[in-house]
Design a protein around this ligand. Sequence first.
Ligand code: ZN
Length: 132
Amino acid sequence: MNIWKAFEIAAEAAISKDDRRSFSLGACGIRGDGAVVKAANAPTIQPDRKVHAEYRLSQKLDVGAIVYVARVSRKDGSYEIAKPCFSCEKVLRSRGVKKIYYTISGSEYGCIDLRRTRKFEKISQLLKDSNR
Ligand SMILES: [Zn+2]
């Protein structure tokens, strides 16, 4: 899928929640089996990674998925930097996600290639073995 199209899907998930925050964050994933899944983050009083869109999305992902994260300004709808926090990156890696794309601005995005880590090799092998 086109990266900006995937960000659009993530952004739609983000703004589907109506609240008073200054930004919304959404994530979408293209699963290894081709299915598209979405999640949005939620407002919280205490910081809690379990409300992060990426964490919520991770519950719906399979091995080999690609994740797209978009942060949308509530003011003008523009894309802002949506680099996943360390904790979410760890969770996504443990699910066997291949790559994470995230918005930086309306014309830039970033990519974390989780396959470039030795941990990924190890985990995806473990997951494959456990599925046999
Ligand atoms: Zn996070």
